[in-house]
Write a protein that binds this ligand. Structure first.
Ligand code: AHR
Length: 513
């Protein structure tokens, strides 16, 4: 009997211990910096991302703008600290000929945007407009080159037009003639987009040769301001693609490989962006959390060829993808953005932070009015989505030292399936402040998390939280501030131990001094 009692007590204790959320952070093991470019964005000539999103035209009198770009959008993105912006696609990039978008606007030709609804593209927003806008935003541009239907000459001319010093090429005279007297700073260059799909339906064995040809002629004008070349990377778990790129691309010809992964339930039945069921929520989160496995496995392949981690993984398209809002153009990919999207953003950014040794860039798709947008616009109105708020709360991690951590989480269970309820990442910034970002994806239960920090001591903790009553909640043009970060009080600090109570489907960012 006594023995039975001891075993029963032990089992009960084990069950209680197992049903706890714990995080241990080891400050002494910190070595990698979280690149700010992990917090990057993506803008394509698609739906109302560029036109009516960023750009309303120089002659617009009803929406305040500078050179045609909305001032409210610029202010919001600067506040969020947007570090890099990818453009002009996406699939559009491999149909885009940059010369069509420079020079006097009345002389620019129009084309059909064949990927996104066959709408007229009048090229009124082109290279000069985009690069000037990036300067205004304080964001670095990432130009996606046309490899699918362009030529190596066209791409090398674009490099010269944008980055070469005055007087060094007919392209720089052309730039002068178009009103720009100095080069822009354009470091990031993509050589094609989704070469396995809309970028040419190539086999990877063919793409490596095409890449090598294009990269050969994309020369830096000197060695001080080098181009950072990003190869069109794998889709999801296409590990063969990564393997062949790593094996066949000469090391001096590339700096990063892309990776695209969307959190989509089923490409043929994506489900609504707002009125979704818990089952749909669960599957979306399953897809979002798959990012951990994808990044780990692609990185492991890269490790074989590049053990010193000189080459980066750039997750240059990611985010939630649902059915478009009823009544909108299906080709415009306009969707609302709920607390589910905040869960995707918080969780994926935690994954990228924790893989800071290999993931050096990520670009959320897409910045305004398309897919998992941070901003939605409707004529003169603009709203910030829950995803915007996560990006803004997490910007404390930009260029901070990543603190390795180990998370033990209870399960979020739905029927026979389960996911880890809690995920997290941590960093220490240049001012000595430590930040911990925590996500509780469980829509039904608050989670208590005990955090132990080894190798540092703190005297105070404060925090902010993003939450709402229902995971389907969103900000609308009628109720734009329904969801926004507020101060977070449910945390106690004793020595190096924190106890945090995280409400259902919420994101918390703590600051420790
Ligand atoms: O972001 C929308 C589209 O998704 C992009 O144009 C393409 O690269 C991807 O398939």
């Amino acid at each position: 009997m006594k023995r039975f009692l001891i075993i029963a007590c032990f089992m009960a204790f084990t069950a209680i211990a197992a049903a706890q959320n714990t995080i241990s952070i080891d400050v002494t093991g910190a070595k990698d910096t979280i690149s700010r470019f992990i917090y990057g964005h993506f803008s394509e000539h698609l739906g109302h991302c560029i036109y009516d999103g960023f750009y309303v035209g120089e002659n617009n009198k009803s929406i305040p703008n500078k050179n045609g770009v909305r001032l409210d959008v610029i202010a919001a993105l600067k506040k969020m600290k947007i570090p890099v912006l990818r453009w002009p696609g996406g699939c559009f990039a491999d149909t885009y000929h940059w010369r069509d978008g420079v020079g006097p606007k009345e002389k620019r030709p129009s084309m059909l945007n064949v990927w996104w609804g066959n709408v007229k593209e009048d090229n009124s927003f082109g290279t000069n407009e985009f690069l000037n806008m990036c300067e205004e935003l304080g964001a670095e541009p990432y130009l996606s080159g046309n490899v699918g239907s362009g030529t190596p000459q066209e791409l090398t001319d674009w490099v010269k037009y944008t980055t070469y010093p005055n007087g060094s090429s007919p392209m720089t005279d052309f730039r002068m003639a178009n009103g720009r007297t100095t080069p822009w700073k354009v470091g990031f260059w993509g050589l094609g987009n989704e070469a396995w799909g809309c970028g040419g339906n190539m086999k990877v064995e063919h793409y490596v040769d095409v890449y090598r040809q294009y990269a050969t002629f994309m020369t830096d004008w000197n060695n001080s301001d080098k181009l950072y070349r990003i190869a069109s990377g794998a889709s999801d778990n296409d590990y063969h693609w990564t393997e062949v790129l790593m094996k066949e691309l000469p090391a001096n010809m590339f700096d990063a490989l892309g990776l695209h992964h969307y959190s989509v339930i089923d490409w043929n039945k994506k489900g609504p962006s707002t009125n979704f069921s818990e089952k749909e929520y669960f599957i979306t989160m399953q897809r979002a959390l798959l990012m951990e496995e994808l990044v780990t496995k692609h990185s492991a392949i890269m490790d074989k060829y590049d053990p010193k981690k000189k080459k980066a993984l750039a997750v240059d398209e990611w985010g939630g993808w649902y059915d478009v809002e009823p009544g909108t153009n299906p080709a415009f990919l306009f969707q609302q953005n709920t607390m589910r999207d905040a869960m995707i953003a918080g969780s994926n950014l935690n994954i990228f932070n924790n893989h800071a040794d290999r993931v050096k860039m990520a670009n959320l798709a897409q910045v305004i009015n398309v897919l998992q947008a941070v901003i939605l616009t409707d004529k003169e109105k603009m709203i910030l989505t829950p995803t915007y708020h996560v990006m803004e709360m997490y910007n404390v991690h930009q260029d901070a030292l990543m603190l390795p951590l180990k998370v033990t989480s209870v399960d979020y269970v739905l029927g026979k399936d389960k996911l880890k309820a809690v995920n997290a990442s941590a960093s220490k910034d240049k001012n000595g402040l430590t930040h911990i970002s925590l996500v509780n994806i469980d829509p039904n239960k608050e989670q208590t998390v005990t955090i132990n920090i080894k190798g540092a001591s703190y005297s105070s903790v404060s925090g902010r939280i993003l939450k709402s009553g229902r995971m389907q909640d969103y900000n609308s043009f009628d109720n734009p501030e329904k969801i926004k970060p507020v101060n977070f009080e449910a945390v106690t600090l004793a020595g190096n131990k924190l106890v945090v109570k995280i409400p259902a489907t919420s994101v918390v960012v703590l600051e420790l001094k």
